[in-house]
Design a binder for this molecule. Structure first.
Ligand SMILES: Cc1cc2nc3c(=O)[nH]c(=O)nc-3n(C[C@H](O)[C@H](O)[C@H](O)COP(=O)(O)OP(=O)(O)OC[C@H]3O[C@@H](n4cnc5c(N)ncnc54)[C@H](O)[C@@H]3O)c2cc1C
Length: 395
């Protein structure tokens, strides 16, 4: 008697998107045979690094505008809004902790979350082949993967190979030339969510942190602004608010003139700050600025105002300094490289896939996660996309 043959599926890449996809495929289709092929010697290396080791796995306010392609994401989020994503996680046994809109595993630990997911893979009988790097493939009646271990044949293959960010964790972009060879439209890859180098020197304030409002201007036009902690580096700026501004610059293809305006005292309007300093200067003329700024940042701002070595005393001088404190301007010079970025903007165009994340070009081929041309801002948007794309593929 003829027996129903199990559909053999491979997932290339065993990090966030690949692990989620394997779990949901097996949950929704227990008759499938699913294998993860991962070139690292462990699953989920990048997942371990997320959220400073805490894994910010989702954003409850997940909105399409936080992504490079709001139109595509609006449709995807409509199908899987954050409450539904949370329900899907809950149905796997994941328990979560919410800090504002940021969702973490209840354990608040990326390594514990990864152990939990790997346990699920085992209990769902997902096969895992570690140390297997896929170099190329052919898609005809079946999909044949060419690996260091030889040729492996599957009914269907999903690529979950990530972008090029932090290649030490596995995602080195090695398959993108192969996708191009197969005729896929690709958006150019750029590092996103990373520090920036500025034209103004910042070495004297390197290592200093300050709460600020950061505003990005493209050719003078306000593009994005948010409050956050800014970290000054040897050659530029870092911190989440800067990462987000840099993502906009990367998406805009770094073609314009970009300026970052830093308001070091966002809670105080310029005139109140000025009045406050005038009063302070009367009380403590030589040292009043030490009530506002750490010494290197104070000296830096004084220098940028033209008061190097001198503490402003009268209202007119103080107003000049305040103008700089409320609008400390930096011109974008360059982004940090892929090795310092959290996500990659660019990748396989979403025009190439259907609503089930399957290729419109090649039968039996699909894509999930960051290897597609979708990237989000900081705050759980990128792991959120890994989860959402896996659910779209698994349904
Ligand atoms: C330091 C850091 C912190 C982050 N923090 C957060 C956060 O808190 N919240 C958030 O939402 N996002 C965060 N991100 C972004 C998030 O981690 C990624 O967007 C997400 O991991 C992408 O998942 P992915 O599975 O698509 O790709 P990846 O996680 O990059 O995984 C791709 C996998 O494919 C494997 N692979 C690649 N090529 C091959 C091949 N040819 N053959 C076999 N295997 C291959 C790689 O080894 C890798 O394991 C962070 C990123 C970094 C670097």
């Amino acid at each position: 008697m003829a027996q129903n043959k199990k559909e053999k599926i491979a997932i290339v890449g065993g990090s966030a998107a690949g692990i989620y996809l394997a779990i949901f495929l097996m949950k929704k289709h227990p008759d499938f045979e699913v294998t993860i092929l991962e070139k690292n010697d462990k699953l989920g290396k990048k997942l371990l690094a997320t959220g400073n080791g805490h894994c910010n796995l989702l954003n409850k306010g997940m909105c399409a505008n936080a992504y490079n392609d709001p139109e595509f994401m609006a449709k995807a989020i409509k199908e899987y809004p954050p409450v539904r994503l949370l329900d899907e996680l809950e149905s796997l046994g994941v328990r979560t902790l919410e800090v504002g809109d940021l969702v973490y595993p209840l354990s608040y630990s990326a390594s514990t979350y990864l152990r939990f997911l790997i346990g699920l893979l085992a209990s769902l009988n997902v096969k895992v082949s570690l140390g297997v790097r896929v170099d190329s493939y052919e898609a005809k009646e079946k999909v044949v993967l060419h690996t260091g271990e030889g040729r492996l044949t599957y009914d269907r293959v999903y690529f979950a190979v990530g972008g090029k960010s932090q290649p030490n964790l596995g995602s080195d972009g090695s398959l993108f030339d192969e996708f191009k060879r197969h005729g896929y439209e690709m958006a150019p890859l750029r590092p996103a969510l990373c520090p920036i180098k500025t034209k103004e020197p910042t070495k004297s304030i390197s290592g200093l942190r300050h709460k600020a409002y950061v505003l990005l201007r493209e050719n003078g036009k306000e593009t994005h602004g948010e409050k956050g902690e800014i970290l000054f580096k040897d050659d530029g700026l870092s911190g989440i608010a800067v990462f987000n501004c840099q993502s906009y610059i990367a998406r805009l293809k770094e073609q314009g003139k970009y300026e970052i305006d830093v308001d070091l005292f966002p809670e105080m309007p310029a005139n109140s700050l000025c009045e406050d300093m005038v009063l302070s200067a009367k009380e403590n003329p030589a040292f009043y600025l030490d009530a506002y700024l750490e010494k290197p940042l104070k000296e830096y701002c004084l220098k940028r105002t033209g008061f190097a070595g001198k503490t402003p005393q009268n209202r007119c001088e103080i107003a000049k300094l305040v103008a700089i404190l409320k609008d400390l301007r930096f011109e974008f010079d360059a982004s940090y490289p892929f090795s310092a970025s959290q996500v990659t903007t660019g990748g396989v165009s979403v025009k190439e896939i259907d609503e089930n994340m399957l290729s419109r070009k090649e039968a039996g081929v699909g894509f999930v996660g960051e290897c597609l041309d979708i990237d989000g801002l900081c705050g759980g948007y990128n792991l959120g996309w890994a989860l959402l794309s896996a659910l779209l593929a698994a349904r």
